[in-house]
Write a protein that binds this ligand. Structure first.
Ligand code: UD1
Length: 423
């Protein structure tokens, strides 16, 4: 397996461009299954997770053309299969996003249950409950969700918990259903809104996305169109945290500060000087050490769980003690043990991590366990004195486009080495 090697203790300095959002690109690509007309999507990030969903759509018979400038053309006019196999779904839970569109357009879907994952059990009961309310017959057989519906019909659905992909799956299912669907307690994440905007671009009737009540009036048929995916707020936040932890000064372009309010406010609270324009953000630490952050993660617009690990890395070298509470996933502290190997002073108490910052971390061999955990290790490595080797970096390739190139552009000493042996 490939590794990243980082020589740390260098303040980041410079400008980079932010890529399109992974968590918007995935549902939008899944939603192309709803239409038989050609669709062009731009600002698609080059990521392993995108490759996974493209392979999944390709296996079903969707014709996809990719160019090197982040554009994708999709033609889902003919499908040969409505099957999402375990081999693909287990590598990426978001594959379950094909369930709603398949059921809505073809009346049939067979999607592997995602199963457990490193950061918790992550069930899909809310996705299924919503589709059952719309008239789908769902059986779980041999690890697969087998769903059928002659024609989905609109329904009023109250989500028991706020779920991002659950809201998206139901929204897609409702796009071609007969009548009106109302989703109460919907996720308000910007990526949910981006999916709604995409659906409306190809002829759907979705309103209220971005609020906790989404109304979808089903239409007979969806058409073609062009859509530009919104910027990745978590990639943006990760680079801002990287500049904060290294006491650097950076400018990020092709992003949207309005998507990151909770993150920007937190970074300002701990000492960063932030400036923004419509599509850029700059951050300057003026060479100073950040103060420790107290954070409680929660659904949007609160502080995102996908930035929790990165802020934990910042706390390890901050002035004072910071308390981070993870309320979205039950097992999302796997980076803590690895950060401790680099000298971090963190005590875990249930879903709370209490971290007292030390003057500096020291480089060490560490292991990435999931996507955002691996980002936190990269950040820690950038700040640490000495050399850090991060193993299992395939996790990071799932969600960060060209991470070592972008960090090198900001002055980091980072490179990738091939595996010594195959596992
Ligand atoms: C999405 C994001 C992920 C982010 C997460 C929370 C994508 C592709 N991924 O994941 O990056 O970390 O939102 O912001 O957009 N739950 C249930 N039953 C369900 C569905 C979810 O109990 O049917 C629980 C989960 O276990 C979790 C919580 O709800 O504790 C929130 O999960 P959810 O919002 O569904 O996360 P994802 O959509 O999988």
């Amino acid at each position: 397996m490939e590794k990243l090697i980082i020589k740390g203790n260098i303040p980041l300095n410079g400008e980079i461009k932010i890529s399109g959002a992974k968590n918007a690109a995935l549902p939008i690509l899944a939603a192309t299954l709803l239409s038989s007309a050609p669709i062009q999507i731009s600002n698609i990030p080059h990521l392993q997770d995108v490759t996974t969903i493209v392979s999944l759509l390709g296996q079903m018979g969707v014709r996809i053309t990719l160019d090197e400038r982040s554009n994708i053309e999709v033609d889902a006019s003919r499908l040969e299969s409505f099957h999402a196999p375990y081999e693909l779904v287990r590598t990426m839970r978001a594959s379950v996003l094909v369930l709603g569109p398949l059921l809505s357009r073809f009346g049939e879907a067979e999607v592997s249950l995602p199963g457990g994952c490193a950061i918790g059990t992550r069930p899909v009961d809310q996705h299924l409950k919503g589709m059952q309310a719309m008239g789908a017959e769902i059986r779980i057989e041999n690890g697969y969700i087998k769903a059928k519906a002659a024609k989905l019909r609109g329904a009023t659905i109250v989500m028991d918990i706020v779920t991002v992909t659950g809201t998206e799956n139901i929204m897609m299912a409702a796009a071609l259903a007969k009548g009106q669907t109302i989703i109460h307690n919907a996720a308000r994440e910007p990526e949910v809104e981006d999916l709604a905007n995409f659906l409306n671009t190809i002829g759907a009737k979705v309103s209220g996305a971005g609020t906790s009540t989404i109304v979808i009036d089903g239409v007979e048929k969806l058409g073609g169109g062009r859509y530009h995916v919104l910027p990745d707020r978590i990639e943006t936040g990760t680079y801002l945290a990287a500049a904060t932890i290294t006491r650097g000064k950076i400018k990020l372009k092709n992003t949207r500060p309005d998507l990151l309010e909770s993150i920007l406010l937190k970074l300002e609270e701990i000492g960063a000087i932030i400036d923004t324009g419509i599509d850029w953000i700059s951050l300057d630490m003026k060479g100073r050490r950040p103060y420790a952050a107290n954070i409680s993660t929660a659904p949007y617009p609160a502080f995102p769980t996908d930035m929790q690990a990165q802020m934990m890395a910042v706390n390890t070298i901050a002035e004072g003690t910071g308390v981070i509470t993870e309320t979205v996933f039950e097992n999302r502290f796997m980076h803590v043990q690895e950060l401790q190997r680099m000298g971090a002073n963190i005590a875990l108490k249930g879903n709370t991590a209490i971290c007292t910052g030390s003057d500096h971390l020291h480089g060490a061999p560490v292991m990435a366990t999931d996507l955002r955990a691996s980002a936190s290790l990269v950040l820690a490595g950038l700040a640490a004195h000495g050399e850090t080797t991060i193993d299992r970096i395939y996790h990071i390739d799932r969600g960060y486009e060209c991470i070592e190139e972008k960090l090198a552009q900001l002055g980091a000493q980072i490179h990738r080495i091939p595996s010594e042996h195959r596992e």
